[in-house]
Design a protein around this ligand. Structure first.
Ligand code: SF4
Ligand code: SF4
Ligand code: FES
Length: 203
């Protein structure tokens, strides 16, 4: 039988499965916080940074990634403090460096996070990732299906997603499109095989 523990979220007690991570527990109870790089069946990465919550730790509230945190009995969580809203706005500002995105709905959500919190709603631009937020979901999905063809390439401003270097990798990809289907930003284009390859496999 499933073992339950009790956590307290924004002052409300919730019974959740002992083996759940906090983000999933919140979702299971209809508490929605921004999160772009989480997918239930894939290993969590904590790369988008949006899913911050505060947890009570002995004497202070500490910010933590909800996708990297396991529930434990008595855990106290806040999901919508002014500090969290400022943090999410700051993170959204960084993610928006990658504009324009093909997924305009997510772009709109990120812009709203920024504009709700900053007086001028200013968003910088000038990324080399061109529509990709480097969340790594495509890499994890490709690994999950046993292909393991994708990786991060480059460093710093040149960090990008591409094929694992080596002869034969491009040929053996197979174009299953699992990476394209999971990409939250619409970066991996569905319109043509050529566009899909050209954009994903840019070297
Ligand atoms: S299309 Fe290629 S790179 Fe994408 S998930 Fe499938 S095997 Fe991996
Ligand atoms: S291509 Fe899509 S899934 Fe892959 S890292 Fe970029 S935004 Fe994430
Ligand atoms: S969903 Fe937790 S860091 Fe992206």
């Amino acid at each position: 039988m499933e073992e339950l523990v009790e956590i307290v979220v924004d002052g409300r007690s919730l019974a959740v499965s002992k083996s759940t991570i906090v983000l999933q527990a919140l979702r299971d109870h209809g508490i929605d916080i921004p999160a772009l790089c989480y997918y239930p069946s894939l290993e969590a990465y904590g790369s988008c940074g949006l899913c911050m919550v505060e947890i009570w730790s002995t004497v202070i509230w500490k910010p933590r990634h909800a996708c990297l945190l396991e529930v434990e009995d008595g855990l106290q969580i806040k999901t919508a403090t002014p500090r969290l809203q400022r943090l999410r706005a700051w993170i959204a500002q960084i993610l928006l460096h990658g504009r324009p995105f093909h997924n305009s709905e997510i772009e709109g959500l990120l812009l709203k996070l920024v504009q709700d919190e900053t007086a001028d709603g200013q968003v910088l631009s000038g990324s080399t990732t061109e529509g990709c937020i480097l969340c790594g979901l495509c890499i994890r999905m490709c690994r999950k299906i046993g292909k393991d063809r994708l990786t991060y390439l480059g460093r710093g401003k040149n960090l990008r997603i591409g094929l694992v270097p080596g002869a034969g990798n491009k040929a053996s990809c197979g174009n299953c499109c699992a990476c394209r289907n999971i990409c939250p930003m619409g970066f991996i284009s569905p319109d043509a095989e050529h566009a899909f390859k050209a954009r994903l496999y840019k070297e």
